[in-house]
Design a protein around this ligand. Structure first.
Ligand code: NCD
Length: 324
């Protein structure tokens, strides 16, 4: 399957939003610029624009999520769309209905866009290649594969704090890279924006064997890995995805890879600290760092709304223009 043609049309415009790797730098930048214009909307007292009035968006979350689902819902509402939250845990999926049957039923209700989170890698691509042509699919995280809107809100946050010259930035992604769809999407997005240096920092058991081919330098020592870093992105230990004993103990992990004020002195003096959430305080990072002046963790959450508004409106508008 040609993923690129599935995600964009002949003119390179967004049809579905499935992963970062199928995007051009131009399209990525266009999404970030559109998100910038929406960031103003989310700060106003009247937070709505009528761009998706009359459209119906269904949130289909087959995996637990709070931040991502809620910000997708807020984004859709701020674009004036009608939103359906389908709690898959209590839906027909538990009665044995197949994914495609669930989709066909939602199609029959004239839903225009599905936002999908699923535990299987490739689920969003599978659905995008099976839905009716007028429907857009937005990937809200598939297995270990990709979480493209999270990567977008992360680079959006970096751009807001550090400016748009990514070429001068050293970015270190620290933690459970092995199980992280977020890390994969972030590495693609950072490389697409020509980031000066992308590093991944983790114990050997939490780095995939083909790590170097991801386009990042690998470090197994935190102090060296974050040395002179301008941005540090901490990732959660994804215990629910681990099989067997990949870690000695959480205490030892924190000693070696947990971010503390004391370890932060190795980074650039104006380093920015990020985390996609949810944070395990005292495991990946100290509360002092998470709540400290260098942390932009809550700004990331806020930016998630503007970035998701941008992706949804761009994918939906493509349909509108195509119909004319
Ligand atoms: C991430 C996810 O679900 O992949 N969280 C998120 O979307 N905010 C990362 C994680 O669960 O650790």
């Amino acid at each position: 399957m040609n993923l690129k043609s599935l995600q964009t049309d002949d003119q390179g415009r967004l049809r579905h939003f499935l992963c970062i790797s199928g995007l051009t730098r131009q399209l990525l930048t266009e999404i970030l610029d559109t998100a910038e214009s929406f960031a103003g909307v989310t700060e106003q007292s009247i937070k709505k624009v009528p761009l998706l009035r009359g459209k119906t968006i269904a949130n289909l979350f087959f995996e637990a999520s709070t931040r991502t689902r809620t910000t997708f819902e807020l984004a859709a509402k701020r674009l004036s769309a009608d939103v359906l939250n389908i709690d898959v845990g209590t839906s027909s999926a538990v009665k044995g209905e197949t994914l495609l049957d669930t989709l066909r039923n939602l199609e029959a209700m004239h839903v225009d866009m599905f936002v999908i989170r699923h535990a299987d890698s490739g689920a969003a691509h599978f659905i995008a290649s099976n839905v009716a042509p007028h429907i857009s699919i937005i990937n809200a995280g598939d297995g270990r594969h990709s979480h493209p809107t999270q990567a977008l809100l992360d680079v959006f946050t970096i751009r807001r704090v550090k400016g748009d010259d990514f070429g001068r930035l050293r970015v270190a992604i620290v933690g459970d890279i092995q199980h992280s769809r977020v890390a994969r999407s972030q590495i693609h997005a950072l490389n697409l924006l020509n980031t000066g240096e992308v590093r991944i920092v983790a114990p050997k058991t939490l780095i995939p064997s083909h790590a170097e081919t991801l386009g990042a330098h690998v470090y197994h020592d935190l102090r060296t890995g974050i040395k002179d870093a301008d941005v540090i992105i901490m990732l959660r230990l994804q215990r629910e995805r681990m099989q067997g004993a990949l870690l000695p103990s959480e205490h030892e992990y924190f000693e070696l890879f947990g971010l503390t004020e004391e370890k932060l002195v190795h980074a650039s003096p104006d380093v920015t600290v990020m985390h996609p959430g949810p944070i395990n305080r005292g495991i990946e990072m100290d509360s002092e760092v998470a709540d400290g002046p260098r942390s932009v963790i809550l700004e990331q959450v806020t930016h998630g709304i503007a970035v998701r508004m941008a992706v949804m409106s761009m994918a939906m508008h493509h349909r509108e223009e195509g119909a004319e």
